[in-house]
Design a protein around this ligand. Structure first.
Ligand code: PLP
Ligand SMILES: N[C@@H](CCOP(=O)(O)O)C(=O)O
Length: 407
C-alpha cells in the first residue's frame, strides 16, 4: 500500500524499466534486482520555484516525500564559500549540518518516513557519518538505532557521536562492505524490507537520497548552474542524488542544463575509476585510504553513480592520499575545516586543472562532505605544529614582537 505522502512518486528500475507504486519498503527491482529510482510524477507536483519559503532541506518540500511527522534539526542551507586563488571554485560546506556531514539531509527525510510508518528503530552500516547522523535523528525522533561498523575502521569523532546519541553499536570484522552485507542480509528479502522493527537507512533507500538531492537545489538558487561539480565517491549515493536534483530542475524548466559531475575516489579505494576505465567490475577487495569515509570497495550504488557521471558528461578520477592530505591542509589555510574524504573534491579539482580537464574560468563547486572534527587523529597528524611553551609574560611579548615586526 502506498502511503499518501509518497503519492507524487513512482518507483522505476533504471535497468529494465519495471515500474511500481511508490513504497517505503521496496528497494530493489523484483525483475532484475537493480536499485529502484524514486521518480516524481510531474503533474502531481506544484512547483513555484520563485516562491519557495523557509530554509534548508524542507524549503523544497514540494519535491520531497512529506511524511506527517517531520524530524528536523534545520539541516541544509549550508554555506557556499568562494575559494581564494584556485580558479572559479566554490566549496559547498556540508560540515555545517547538525551532525557535521551531508548525511543529515538524507536522515531528516529517512527518519521522518521511518517514524511515519511506525517502525521501532533504524539500522545502518557505516564508515561513521551515516551512523552519527542516523543516531542523532533517531534520538530526536525517539526511535532506536542500531549501527553496524567495520571494527577499527571508523574515525573517533563519528564513533563518539553514535555513542553520544545512544545508538546500539555492532562491530564486525572486515571493511564497510562486510558491514553493509550483514545489514542487507538481515533486513531485506528479494529487495524488500522484511523487518518491521528496524528500518534500513543506508543509501539503498531512495527516500533518504531524496533529501540529499537538495544540495543541487541550493547551489542553483545561489549561483545558477555550475560547469562542474566535484563529489567524493564512496558508496555512490550522494553523487547520484545531487545529479538527480539538477536533472529534476531541468525537467521542471528551472534550469536548462546539468553540470558535469566529477566523481573523485582515493587511489586505494577506486572501484568506480576501475569500472569507468573498462578495467573490470566496480569492485575491489581490501580498499585502503587515509580517507576512512570513502574506504569502500563495493559501492552499492555503483550503477547510480555511473549514470550520474555518464549522463552529465563527467568523469571518474582518482587522487592519492598525499593529494587528499595536501588539499585538507590547503582548505584549512582558507579557514575551511574538512575531513579527509571531503578534501578529495579539492584534490580532484587541482588535478583536473593541472591536466587541463577544466579551465580556471569554469564555474566549479566542490562538495565538502564532512567536518574536520570528525577525524581528530588525521587532523592532528596532518597539521603543522606551530606551538611553543610560554612561561612568562615577557616570553609572550617576545612572540608578539617577533611576529609583528612592523608595528
Ligand atoms: C565525508 C564523506 N564524504 C564522502 C562520502 C561518500 O559518499 P557516498 O557514499 O554517497 O558516495 C561519505 C560516505 O558516504 C562521507 O561520509
Ligand atoms: N561514508 C558512508 C558509507 C555509507 O554510505 P551510505 O550512503 O550507504 O549510508 C558512511 O558515512 O557510513
Amino acid at each position: 500500500m502506498r502511503p499518501r505522502f509518497l503519492s507524487k512518486y513512482i518507483l522505476k528500475c533504471p535497468r529494465c524499466g519495471f515500474e511500481t507504486e511508490a513504497s517505503p519498503y521496496v528497494m530493489r527491482c523484483p525483475r532484475c534486482g537493480e536499485l529502484l529510482d524514486a521518480l516524481l510524477i510531474a503533474d502531481r507536483v506544484r512547483l513555484n520555484w520563485g516562491g519557495l519559503r523557509g530554509r534548508g532541506v524542507w524549503r523544497y518540500r514540494e519535491l520531497l516525500p512529506e511524511p506527517g511527522n517531520t524530524v528536523t534539526m534545520g539541516e541544509g542551507a549550508t554555506p557556499l564559500i568562494r575559494l581564494r586563488g584556485h580558479g572559479n571554485a566554490y566549496v559547498k560546506f556540508e560540515g555545517a549540518n547538525p551532525t557535521g556531514s551531508f548525511k543529515d539531509r538524507g536522515m531528516t527525510v529517512g527518519v521522518s518516513l521511518a517514524l511515519s510508518i511506525g517502525v521501532k528503530g533504524v539500522i545502518v552500516a557505516s564508515t561513521g557519518n551515516t551512523a552519527a547522523s542516523a543516531a542523532a535523528y533517531a534520538a530526536r525522533a525517539g526511535l532506536e538505532c542500531l549501527v553496524v561498523l567495520p571494527k577499527g575502521g571508523v574515525a573517533k569523532g563519528k564513533l563518539g557521536q553514535a555513542m553520544l546519541h545512544g545508538a546500539k553499536i555492532a562491530e564486525v570484522p572486515g571493511t564497510f562492505d562486510n558491514a553493509l552485507e550483514y545489514v542487507l542480509e538481515a533486513v531485506l528479502s528479494d529487495g524488500r524490507v522484511n523487518n518491521v522493527n528496524y528500518y534500513p537507512l543506508n543509501s539503498i533507500n531512495p527516500w533518504r537520497l531524496e533529501g540529499q538531492k537538495t544540495i543541487a537545489y541550493e547551489i542553483v538558487e545561489e549561483i545558477g548552474v555550475p560547469d562542474y561539480v566535484f563529489v567524493p565517491v564512496g558508496n555512490g549515493g550522494n553523487i547520484y542524488a545531487i545529479w538527480k536534483g539538477f536533472r529534476e530542475l531541468v525537467d521542471f524548466g528551472v534550469i536548462d542544463r546539468v553540470p558535469k559531475m566529477i566523481g573523485v575516489q582515493a587511489s586505494g579505494a577506486a572501484p568506480m575509476v576501475r569500472y569507468w576505465r573498462g578495467l573490470g567490475e566496480a569492485r575491489i577487495d581490501n580498499p585502503r585510504t587515509v580517507a576512512s569515509a570513502i574506504r569502500i570497495g563495493r559501492p552499492i550504488n555503483w550503477f547510480r553513480a555511473y549514470r550520474a557521471v555518464k549522463y552529465s558528461g563527467g568523469e571518474f578520477i582518482e587522487v592519492s592520499d598525499d593529494e587528499i592530505l595536501m588539499a585538507q591542509r590547503m582548505l584549512g589555510r582558507e579557514g575551511i575545516g574538512v575531513e579527509p574524504a571531503s578534501a578529495a573534491s579539492l584534490a580532484g579539482y587541482l588535478k583536473a586543472l593541472g591536466e587541463g580537464m577544466v579551465d580556471a574560468g569554469d564555474k566549479v563547486v566542490l562538495i565538502a562532505t564532512g567536518h574536520a572534527l570528525k577525524d581528530p587523529d588525521t587532523l592532528l597528524m596532518n597539521s603543522n605544529v606551530n606551538m611553543v611553551s610560554v612561561s612568562s609574560l615577557d616570553e609572550l611579548r617576545s612572540l608578539i614582537v617577533a611576529q609583528e615586526p612592523g608595528i
